[in-house]
Design a binder for this molecule. Structure first.
Ligand code: NAD
Length: 321
C-alpha cells in the first residue's frame, strides 16, 4: 500500500486531497494546526500540530513516505493577504513550514514531494490589462509579485528546486489559480471571491450585494476536483514544474456575481465599494500543462459554481435557523 502525507490536511484543498488519496487506496496521514472544519477527515492518521515547529515536523515525517503533499500555508483570500496587515506572519509562517518540510523530507528519504505554489507569484506588470493577462510559467522572472504571499511562494519554489539539485529531493511544483468548491472557507474574511459571492447572494435580503472595486477585474476559477486531478497527474509524471493548474475561462467579478445570481435565481443589484483588489486581470496559461501532461481542466465554471452555491446556501440557512 502506498503511503502519503498531506500537510495542510485540515484545510480546503488538503481535506479534499485526503479523500481522493483514500479512494485511490493510499494509507494517508494528515497534519495541520486544526482538523477539517466541515466534516470528519478520512485520513488513517491525523496529527494536530504546528509545522513551523521542527520537532512536530520530525514526528510527522518519520518515515520514507512515497508521497508528501505540502499544502500547509498561512493564507486567505484577498482580504487577508492583500491588506498588508498579515505580511510578516504570512512570510514567516509559510517559509518556516517549507524549510522544515524540505529538510526533514531529505532526512527521512521521502520519495516524492508536491509543493503548492500560486498564481500570485506572477509579476503585476503582466496583469494590468484585464483582457490580456500573461501568466505563462516563464514570465515569472524578472520577479515582481504584488504581495508578500507571492514572494514567499516564489522563495519556496526555489528552495524546493535547490533541494532537488543539491540533495536529490524528487519535487513537483504547481501554481494553483483560484481554487474553489464545497467545504471551503465561506465567511470570516479568508474566503475567496467565488465563496464570498455565493455567501453574499445567499444572505442578501436587501436586494443588493457589495462587490469590491469596479468589478471589472478579471479572474479564472478552478473547481477543486479538477485541481486535484492535475496534482495527481503531475505527481505521476516525470515533469517537475513549476506548472500552472488553473482554468482559462476568464470572467470579470461582475460576471461572476451575475452567474451566482442566476444559479440562485435571485436577481440583485451590485453595489461597488472600496476593498482590496489585487491585479486587474489574471488567467491561467495552459500550454505547458497540455504539452507535459497531455491534459488540462475542462469543467465549466458554472457547473462548479452550482454545487458550491448549493453547499454555501445550506451553510447560510443552517446558521440563520
Ligand atoms: P487553507 O487555508 O484551507 O489550507 C491551508 C491549511 O494550512 C490550513 O488548514 C491551515 O490550518 C494549515 N496551516 C497553516 N499554518 C500551519 C502551521 N503552522 N502548521 C500546520 N498547518 C498549518 O488553504 P487552501 O485553499 O486549501 O490552500 C492549500 C494550498 O494551496 C496553500 O499552500 C495555498 O497557498 C495554495 N493555493 C491555494 C489557492 C486557492 O485558490 N485555494 C491558490 C493558490 C495556491
Amino acid at each position: 500500500m502506498k503511503t502519503a502525507l498531506v500537510c495542510g490536511a485540515g484545510g480546503f484543498i488538503g481535506s479534499h486531497l485526503v479523500s481522493k488519496l483514500k479512494k485511490e487506496g493510499y494509507w494517508v496521514r494528515g497534519a495541520d494546526l486544526k482538523r477539517p472544519q466541515f466534516g470528519e477527515t478520512t485520513a488513517d492518521d491525523f496529527v494536530v500540530g504546528d509545522l513551523t515547529d521542527p520537532r512536530i515536523v520530525e514526528k510527522v515525517i518519520d518515515k520514507p513516505f512515497d508521497e508528501v503533499y505540502q499544502l500547509a500555508a498561512d493564507m486567505g483570500g484577498a482580504g487577508y493577504i492583500f491588506s498588508g496587515e498579515h505580511d510578516a506572519d504570512v512570510m514567516h509562517n509559510s517559509a518556516t513550514i517549507n524549510l522544515n518540510v524540505a529538510r526533514r523530507s531529505v532526512e527521512s528519504k521521502v520519495k516524492k514531494l508536491f509543493y503548492s505554489s500560486s498564481a500570485c507569484i506572477y509579476p503585476e506588470r503582466n496583469q494590468l490589462d484585464p483582457d490580456n493577462p500573461n501568466c505563462v510559467e516563464d514570465s515569472a522572472y524578472p520577479a515582481a509579485p504584488d504581495s508578500e504571499y507571492g514572494w514567499e511562494k516564489l522563495f519556496s519554489e526555489r528552495m524546493y528546486m535547490s533541494y532537488q539539485r543539491n540533495y536529490g529531493l524528487n519535487v513537483r511544483i504547481a501554481r494553483f489559480h483560484n481554487i474553489f468548491g464545497p467545504q471551503g472557507t465561506w465567511e470570516g474574511g479568508k474566503e475567496k471571491a467565488p465563496a464570498a459571492m455565493c455567501r453574499k447572494v445567499a444572505e442578501s435580503k436587501s436586494g443588493e450585494i457589495e462587490v469590491w472595486g469596479d468589478g471589472k477585474q478579471t479572474r479564472t476559477f478552478l473547481y477543486v476536483d479538477e485541481c486535484l486531478e492535475g496534482v495527481r497527474r503531475l505527481m505521476d509524471s516525470d515533469f517537475m514544474g513549476p506548472v500552472n493548474i488553473g482554468s482559462v475561462e476568464m470572467v470579470s467579478i461582475n460576471q461572476l456575481a451575475e452567474m451566482v445570481m442566476e444559479i440562485a435565481k435571485k436577481p440583485l443589484k451590485i453595489k461597488h465599494i472600496d476593498g482590496p483588489l489585487g491585479v486587474r486581470g489574471r488567467s491561467s496559461d495552459n500550454h505547458l500543462i497540455k504539452e507535459e501532461l497531455g491534459w488540462e481542466p475542462h469543467l465549466k465554471l458554472e457547473d462548479g459554481l452550482r454545487s458550491t452555491y448549493e453547499w454555501i446556501a445550506a451553510q447560510v440557512k443552517a446558521k440563520e435557523s
